[in-house]
Ligand binder design. Structure first.
Ligand code: ATP
Ligand code: MG
Length: 564
């Protein structure tokens, strides 16, 4: 491809909504173009990288024996109603009606239609196992679309589904996908961790996530160097610590005017946040619930949602807080609630003594509150996020924390969908049994962004060869010079005939401008045809490490062959 002909949309300005390097670089290098919040077009250069990633995924899926097909993105409601997910997806599902008033959604994930297709096709145990997949756009009306294609509302997912006769079969199908995922992310050159994950809205028993380590990752990863345990923060269990055995002190009511934050309250009371217990009122599918965690901890939304099998969870509205506590927001506590609601305390709080809570009275807190004596919780559960230094749930050693981008997710679903949609097979005895399912997703567009997160510098993207839009860019420094352009053209023709993805920057621009663009787009190897063109000497420059050398024409061709 000649750069003069390339539909290239590089941009100097960084858009205000681009908060992370991959998003900024994808816009600057012209890989994507925003259409609306969380909705992007892929431009030619971006689409080339996208297709390379997609093809690696496709090759590994095919090698693993999965069969590709394509389902509609526009799907009738019925199957999702039968599985319960028409409700469960809540506002995240894009819904619409046809002219006849029939309900549809834009597929957020396709367990239901795959289950129906297998139900209608397979009768006997002899036809199992089978794993099917597609690579297709998915639609989710995310609460916070952001980071470009990392969390978008339309995105591409590779989703695969396995159908087996029993649990052992599922284990095998799952292992095959696990290995295929490792090969995919290895081939893409990603530095990733595999963590135990929450099964969430999908239902089911086991699941693991493939996390690309990155400071911009939205997921917390807890890991233990001692035993190798690794889990998503959403899932990592927090055990009950040893109980505080101090004597119970008498309750004191303290006037705490003008304290707005926990820090101000602690300074005022000369206490540590670990001596305080926050009482947070949540609206869980319309029900107000008080959740108590230690002052320096965060509620784990996933654990709380799972506890209630909830669809929607938000902080309670100010009005609700005031009605329940009888006080302004900021003074909620478990003692003397004006309105009876469920009070949940975190495991860790259950081991505490003589702690501080809000008094359900504006400008007042209680000191020396004790469970049993001063209030009785409805439930004691694990509802907080694990933090650095927590005991590893497996071996007890201190946990470490890192951030990651979830690029892939594999689940053992079991019979949730096969039972709901009557996807059964006949066994050897001629008896009907529900099929045992697994599902396996990769965010294809998100993976592209994750690669850029791990492969970039201040000048631009540093594509690994496997995902580079073009492997080589030839930069003649003087396009009007016959010798210079002649050598560049010859090299271009030779590399093209070798099947190499090569760009020839034939624009009449200063070399500096061309070098900048090549660096920004992140082409792995730049070959500059410059002042020594007459001697047949060119310069090689590798984007990965910035190393450069002057070599003969033949050596340049050899270097390209080695690279690909
Ligand atoms: P997240 O926790 O990031 O919202 P999820 O658990 O909802 O992800 P899955 O339903 O498991 O995601 O989807 C499979 C894969 O699809 C994810 O591993 C991720 O790579 C990708 N994915 C999910 N949501 C998005 C999105 N909004 N934009 C881009 N990719 C996404
Ligand atoms: Mg999600």
């Amino acid at each position: 491809m000649k750069v003069s002909k390339l539909f290239m949309a590089t941009q100097r300005e960084i858009p205000a909504d681009a908060e992370i390097p991959s998003h900024q670089l994808m816009v600057r290098a012209g890989l994507i173009r925003k259409c609306a919040s969380g909705i992007y077009s892929f431009m030619p250069i971006g689409w080339r990288s996208y297709k390379k990633i997609e093809n690696i995924i496709r090759e590994e899926m095919d090698n693993a024996g999965a069969q590709e097909l394509i389902m509609p993105a526009l799907l009738p409601a019925e199957a999702y109603q039968a599985s319960g997910r028409w409700e469960k997806f809540g506002p995240e599902m894009f819904r619409l009606e046809d002219r006849g008033g029939r309900s549809f959604c834009l597929g957020p994930t396709h367990e239901e239609p795959f289950t129906e297709a297998v139900r209608d096709t397979i009768r006997s145990y002899k036809q199992l196992p089978v794993t099917l997949y597609q690579i297709q756009h998915k639609y989710r009306d995310e609460k916070r679309p952001r980071f470009g294609v990392m969390r978008s509302r339309e995105f591409v997912m590779k989703d695969a589904y396995s159908f087996d006769v029993d649990e052992q079969g599922l284990d095998e199908s799952y292992q095959i996908m696990y290995k295929a995922y490792r090969r995919i992310f290895d081939r893409l050159g990603l530095d990733y961790t595999i963590v135990d994950a929450d099964s969430g809205a999908m239902g089911g028993s086991g699941s693991q996530e493939f996390m690309v380590k990155s400071p911009v990752g939205e997921d917390g990863i807890c890991y233990c160097d001692a035993c190798g345990y690794a889990a998503n923060e959403e899932k990592a269990a927090c055990n009950v610590p040893a109980a505080d055995t101090s004597a119970e002190l008498p309750v004191e009511k303290i006037h705490t005017p003008d304290v707005k934050t926990i820090e101000e309250l602690m300074a005022f009371m000369n206490a540590e946040p670990s001596e305080f217990v926050k009482t947070i009122l949540n609206d869980i599918d319309g029900k107000i619930v008080a959740v108590m965690v230690r002052g320096d901890r965060e509620i784990n939304e996933t654990k709380l949602k799972n506890l209630y099998d909830a669809t929607e969870m938000n902080l309670a509205a100010f009005d609700d807080v005031e009605a329940v506590t009888g006080a302004k927001v900021g003074f909620a506590g478990p003692v003397d609630l004006k309105k009876k609601i469920e009070v949940i305390i975190d495991n860790e709080v259950s081991a505490m003594k003589n702690f501080i809570v809000g008094a359900n009275e504006t400008d007042y807190h209680f000191k020396n509150i004790n469970i049993g004596r001063d209030f009785t919780p409805d439930r004691v559960v694990d509802v907080r996020n694990a933090v650095e230094g927590d005991a590893c749930p497996k071996c007890g050693q201190p946990l470490k924390m890192a951030r990651g981008v979830e690029v892939g997710h594999i689940f053992k679903l079991g019979t949730k969908y096969s039972k709901a949609l009557n996807c059964v097979y006949l066994d050897k005895e001629g008896k009907e049994n529900p099929m045992i399912m697994g599902c396996y997703g990769i965010g294809v567009s998100r993976t592209l962004a994750a690669i850029i997160e791990q492969y970039h510098d201040d000048d631009g993207i540093k594509w690994p060869v496997a995902a580079a839009p073009y492997t080589v860019i030839i930069v003649p420094t003087k396009v009007n010079d016959e010798e210079n352009m002649g050598l560049a053209g010859k090299l271009y023709d030779e590399l093209t005939s070798m099947g190499v993805d090569v760009l020839l920057d034939d624009r009449n621009e200063r070399p500096g401008v061309k070098f900048k663009d090549a660096d920004l787009i992140g082409i792995p190897l730049r070959i500059t045809v410059g002042r020594r063109a007459g001697e047949g000497i060119v310069e090689l420059k590798y984007r990965a490490d910035g190393s450069s050398s002057e070599v003969s024409y033949d050596e340049a061709v050899k270097a390209v062959r080695e690279l690909v």
